[in-house]
Design a protein around this ligand. Structure first.
Ligand SMILES: Cc1cc2nc3c(=O)[nH]c(=O)nc-3n(C[C@H](O)[C@H](O)[C@H](O)COP(=O)(O)OP(=O)(O)OC[C@H]3O[C@@H](n4cnc5c(N)ncnc54)[C@H](O)[C@@H]3O)c2cc1C
Length: 551
């Protein structure tokens, strides 16, 4: 047999059938009915056109490819140049910079600060939720830059020095002093080797260069165990000053124009979040400005942390939505046992259950974003924001890994293969629960809110009770939550927070989703009898309505 005949024969065996087409060139926004409805409901209807365009842009084949490239070509630390000089730089693949350009140009780093009108937080939250579906590693510097603004505003002259770069919509990747840049990114470094959750255990020392006090320059000496995106133009850091734990803004270049004394020791080898670099750093007299009074470090940085916690919940909701989209897409095209997968009753049950969880995460995060819009002028919304941020961060971030895993399984073996995107989504899912306050720490924060600001309980219950009288089971569980809220028991804190989150989600679904969706959610998550894995909804669930809505 001649070679060409051999080749023809081997090609004959390679016919590709029963595989779905690639999910690309679609609009992530307009395909997400629950999100589109939330945008109107939560006051960002004016952003509809922008969100449509954004959803289309990031659903393009080229944009989706950037997510793959940035994660396959991970950042590389260059501590020294070829002559032996320290350079402490991290090199990223061009795709990383392209992704950051998209996010910065669309103002994911500052929309509500630049256009502080009703719905601005909701519109920005929607873009965050959408962009994370394409690539979530780069959302870390995006979120930190967005979130640092309320903390930095506590020191107006320091904020003013960086304001134009922080409010820019240009991504400027040049490694030069921030004052010379068209736009900047900011990181945050609190965690040290001996303590992350317990930041009061920080040992990094801060001494005034000349005078002490708010806005003055200090030198920081010590280490940080985690410093994500170490190529940021400045970092919000905590360090011990004479007056106690304090907050500083430490620029990459010292005020003299020289590189600041920040040494990158090594990059973490991480489970996920591969496109992003997370470094261990040493501070050898790095200069930074004191933000707010000495000793007010936690109170100052908490303004930033509140916003990054919102973003954790949004990111997890986005990951869940993308995983669900992939599962729905695959099961529509793939057949087994003479029927499309989505036509099999048991698969429909799984997909519906996953869709309910995803929609519940979407409505809760968008409602929460509205509280950020309204909190400056409305005390009740501010109290709601205080407690609901922790409740949503805890619950949605906890739900994401198991949700994404179940979506992955809907793709069968393909879901276990990198090209499907599912392994990346799966690896990404746990981090939102770990950073910015791990699970227990967040539950303790809920108890702290209930103790220090008892009205938070009333506001949260009032919100849930807006749908009282419509569902027997819901009413019974609200009464139960009231009892638990009064107990404020540390041992049952997870149970309480879970309870509050699910009630809040149920309330929002009753308000805005078709009855088939809210009934199925309440019957499974509140009434009881729901199994321990996804796919255990009762047989009276209207799968047609739920699935059509999801895709
Ligand atoms: C990929 C990645 C990037 C990161 N980037 C940054 C960064 O840029 N900047 C930064 O500052 N940090 C960063 N971190 C660190 C992260 O914020 C911390 O890991 C996190 O806050 C937990 O701190 P820890 O690791 O010291 O754990 P620990 O504080 O030791 O906590 C371990 C466990 O104990 C639990 N726990 C703690 N206290 C209590 C308590 N009182 N009661 C019950 N349980 C408790 C926690 O919930 C957690 O489950 C990053 C982490 C990761 C994984």
């Amino acid at each position: 047999m001649v070679a060409s005949e051999k080749l023809a024969r081997s090609t004959d065996t390679h016919s590709v059938t029963n595989q779905p087409p690639a999910l690309q060139d679609y609009n992530l926004y307009s395909n997400d009915t629950a999100l589109v409805e939330c945008i109107k409901k939560e006051g960002a209807g004016w952003a509809e056109e922008k969100l449509q365009a954004f959803g289309q842009l990031i659903g393009r084949e080229e944009t989706i490819k950037l997510g793959y490239l940035a994660n396959e070509n991970t950042p590389v630390l260059k501590t020294h140049d070829r002559f032996g000089h320290r350079i402490d730089e991290v090199e990223f693949h061009p795709a990383w910079h392209d992704l950051l350009s998209i996010s910065v140009e669309n103002r994911l780093i500052n929309l509500p600060w630049v256009e502080p009108k009703a719905g601005a937080h909701v519109a920005r939250a929607a873009m965050m939720y959408l962009m994370v579906q394409i690539e979530s590693g780069h959302m870390c510097p995006v979120s930190m830059t967005f979130s640092c603004v309320p903390a930095l505003k506590k020191q107006p002259e320091v904020f003013a020095a960086f304001e134009s770069a922080l409010m820019s919509n240009q991504y400027d990747q040049r490694f030069i002093p921030a004052a010379q840049k068209r736009g900047m990114l900011v990181g945050m470094s609190m965690t040290e080797k001996q303590g992350g959750s317990d930041v009061r255990a920080n040992t990094t020392q801060a001494r005034p260069v000349t005078a002490k006090g708010p806005g003055q320059l200090y030198e920081l000496t010590g280490h940080k165990w985690f410093c994500s995106h170490p190529m940021s133009d400045a970092f919000v850091m905590l360090a011990q000053a004479e007056g106690g734990l304090s907050c500083f803004l430490v620029p990459q270049f010292a005020p003299s124009g020289e590189r600041n004394q920040i040494r990158l020791q090594r990059l973490k080898s991480k489970l996920g979040n591969k496109s992003n670099a997370s470094a261990e750093i040493e501070l050898e007299g790095a200069q930074g400005w004191l933000i707010n009074e000495e000793g007010r470090g936690v109170a100052t940085i908490i303004e930033m942390v509140s916003h990054t916690r919102l973003d954790c919940a949004l990111s997890s909701a986005g990951l869940m939505r993308q995983a669900l989209t992939q599962a729905l897409h695959h099961t529509q095209y793939r057949s087994a046992f003479k029927k499309r997968l989505i036509e099999h009753d048991l698969m429909r049950n799984v997909l519906c259950d996953l869709a309910l969880e995803s929609e519940a995460a979407t409505v809760l995060t968008m409602r929460l974003a509205r509280a950020y819009d309204a909190s400056a002028s409305d005390r009740k919304e501010d109290l709601f924001r205080r407690i609901a941020t922790a409740v949503a961060k805890y619950w949605i971030c906890k739900r994401a890994p198991s949700h994404v895993y179940e979506c992955l399984e809907a793709l069968g073996g393909n879901g276990y293969v990198e090209e499907s995107m599912m392994p990346r989504l799966y690896r990404e899912a746990p981090v939102n629960s770990v950073w910015e306050g791990s699970g227990n720490v967040i539950c303790l924060d809920v108890l702290r809110a209930l103790t220090n600001e008892p009205e938070t309980a009333t506001v949260l219950l009032d919100e849930i009770k807006q749908v009282a009288g419509q569902h027997k089971e819901l009413d019974a569980q609200i009464a139960d939550a009231e009892t638990m809220l009064a107990r404020k028991s540390e041992r049952e804190a997870r149970h309480l927070v879970e309870h509050l989150a699910v009630l809040l989600q149920a309330k929002l679904l009753v308000e805005s989703a078709p009855q088939a969706v809210s009934d199925a959610f309440i019957d499974s998550r509140i009434k009881g009898g729901w199994g321990k894995t996804f796919g255990t909804l009762t047989s009276d669930v209207d799968t047609q309505v739920i699935l059509q809505r999801a895709f």
